[in-house]
Structures are given as structure tokens and as C-alpha cells.
Design a binder for this molecule. Sequence first.
Ligand code: GDP
Length: 463
Amino acid sequence: PSEEYENLRRRIFSNTKELWYFVNHELTKLSKGDIKVDKVQGLLEQVAHRKSFILSDQQKLPELDGYQDWRQLEAANVSDLVQRRLKYLQNPSDCRDARKVICNLNKGCGFGCQLHHIVYCLIFAYATERTLILNSKGWRYNTKGWEYVFHPISESCVSAYDDKVVQWPANYDPKVVSLPFIDSISQKPKFLPLAVPSDLAHRIVRFNGDPSSWWIGQMLKYILKPRPAMQRAINETIAKMHFKRPIVGIHIRRTDKVGTEAAFHSIDEYMVHVKQYYDQLELTQPVDARRVYLASDDANVLGDARTKYPDYEFLGDPSIAKTAATHRRYTPVSLTGLLVDLHMLAMCDYIVCTFSSQVGRVAYEMMQTNRVDASDSFYSLDDIYYFGGQNAHNRRAIMDHSPQEAHEIAFQVGDLIGVAGNHWNGFGRGTNKRTNMNGLIPWYKTADHLVLYPFPEYKQVSN
Ligand code: GDP
């Protein structure tokens, strides 16, 4: 390792201790009543600054450890392999003969939700070595079908001919099955998210911090290929926006979501994290302007943000939000706008969003396909990352814990804990699978448990 790398590594160690010396000293003073409460804000700022410096140093580590070129190449190679396998699966040499799975694009929900529906179908197809046939006549965004907006997901195999279509699950293994919505499966196959293929997992973890969303991102990459007319419309809108890095993306989901599926969050709550991002960035590089790309289905947000935060430069198109917000939401026009928003968010250096929204999660999944590792490039104001209808998401205890306060639960090293969410205050909520106790868990004593599944390895496709 280089001298620079070793110095950086030692500085992180030393500055972590320094952070503790500082906190310990100030909190001890506080406990003796030595300090005025109005000083607490100043203390917080000093702690935040020290923390930002440590994190910023840590982010430089992979750039200096000598492996970054390797990670980049490996990420490109594994992605390419997955794409070639999907292409192989989707274009069988004899379509009539191929086993198939049919997916109906008739889910009555928004575009993010529909994309996830196709992702689920494609993962099913990949796991069972069936070619996916997408049935999209009468699709709410274009009644003529998916293929009129995007490239078809198969170039050569788009019909089940006159083979009998059997609703999955069946008590035998039919040639052609049709899938229910993921939400209504009673016995979920183990290959559903957040599982990743075991033959690839050990490669993915070496360049990406969140293999599950990386894997889902790869499905999106295969599916989401706008046709030239759509691509032109997207490009033209984007060209008007003066996109320039650094830039932070914000996704604000309002209208019908608020009060039903998610809580209202003010622009201030998002901007706290945008400010933190730029404060940290400015520790190591000059920032010419604090740019923010703002995507929303609420047409008023952009104007409000500009008025309230004059020091920031907001990019965005209120007409996109306006179209999204009206009842004309499921039209080709609103689809173009949403694709612009998704594309822009995915190009940002960092995004602040709510993962309760499928649009927010799709943006992150797309980000994961745009760079080697986006797993530290977002902040969700509410949920942790998930895939709707997923199998249990567990964390593994890496330290023993006995409750210090009411509502905390005990666990031992190795326990699996089903997680419901993170409270972003050092604690999350979960259920210890061994004891069945549900309550608060100190997040740092647990680590994400990645589920591997033995998907087919597609040996016919070269590595
Ligand atoms: P969810 O309801 O947020 O979980 O996601 P869905 O994709 O199921 O439905 C939300 C719908 O609202 C999308 O399909 C869009 O039509 C619209 N929408 C939400 N957020 C945005 C946004 O930032 N930009 C645009 N253009 N549309 C949005």
C-alpha cells in the first residue's frame, strides 16, 4: 500500500479516538452541570464536523488502496455477464420449444410498482430457466403495449403459441406458467428478493456494499431500454436542465401517498441531508454551486424550495411534477416526465428520498447500475431499502447484547434478527428469530445477512 494510504488509515484511527475524547469530555462536563444548555447546539456542530471529516477520509480509502481499477473492471464484467445471461434466456434458439413464464402488466399501480412487478417476473424467469413473455396489451401508460415505448424484452420470443397456460403454482411442472402478483403468493420461493445468486455473490460483495439492490438494478438495466422516440424525448428535456456535478438529487413523494402509505416530510427534512452532503464534500474540494435536482409529483415543491433555499441552485421541471400530480398520471406524457426524473436522480452523486416510495427505490436501483457502488450514496427519510413482497430481511448479531433500556431485546452472537426498520437514532426494530422477542436493537451490533440462492449458472454463456 502507498504511503498516502497508510497515513490516511492511521489518521482515521486517531481521529475516531479524538472524537471520543471530545464527546467524553463534553458529556462529563454536562453531567456535572458545568455547561449551559445553549452551548449544546455548538457542541453538536463540532461533533458533526469531526464525524464528517472521519467519513470523508474513509471514503477516500478505496480510492487509494490500489484496487479501485480492479473494482471498476470487476463491476463491469459481472454486470455484462448478467446481461448476457438474460439475453440468452430471453432469446432461446427454439422459441416454440422453450419453457416460458407469462407476466401480465395489468397491475393497477404506478410505474415504479409496475417496473418492480416485471423485475419479480424476470427473477422468476432466471431462477426457473423460463423465457419471460410480457403481456402488456392495454397497458395503462400505452394501451398498445410496453413494446411501443421500450425495446421488447425479447427479440425473438414473444408468444406462448398455443401451449396451455397454467397459473403458477401448479401441482406439476407445466411448460408455460403465468404468474400471480408477488403480494398474493402464499409460499414464497426462496429465490425472490433480497436473495442473490450464489455463483455471483462472492464477486459482487467485493465491489458493492448492497448486492441485493445491485442484482435488482441489473434486472432494471435489462428491462428499461427506451425506444429511439422515447429516448429522444428524454434527452431533449434533460438537455434543457444544465446538469452538472456535483449534484444531489431529492425525491419528494406527495399527493396520494401522503397520509395513506407514507408521512408528510417538509422540504427542510430533505435539505438537512443535502447540506450535510455538501458540508462534507467541501472539506476536501471546492464546490462551485450547491446544485440540487428536485423530482416530485407535487408541482409546488420546486418553487417553494427555490424561495426557501436561495443559496442552492435547484434543477427540475415543474411541468413534469404537474403532469404527474394530475389525474392524467398514467399517460405517455407523464411517463416521459417520470423517466426523466428517474434518469436524473440516478445520475446524481447522492440522493435524499423516502424508500417507502417505489420511485425512490427505483432511482437507487438505477444508481447501483450507474456506478461501482452506490450503497452509501443515499439517505432515506423513512424505510430501509426493501423490495415489495420480499422474503424476510434479517440481520445477524455480531456481538452479544443485553437490554440497557426498556423496549430493547437481548441477542447473542449469531442470532438472526428479522428487521422491520431503522429508527436512524442508533436503534432499529426487529424480532430475534431464536427467542421470538420483538423490540429495539442497537444497529451497530448487527450486520446485514445476505441470502444466497443457487440460481442456475447458465454455463452456456461464457464467463
Ligand atoms: P409509489 O406510489 O411512490 O410507491 O410509486 P409508484 O410508481 O407505484 O406510483 C407513483 C407514481 O406517482 C409514479 O408512477 C409517477 O406517475 C408519480 N410520481 C411519483 N414521484 C414522481 C416524481 O418524482 N416525478 C414524476 N414525474 N412522477 C412521480
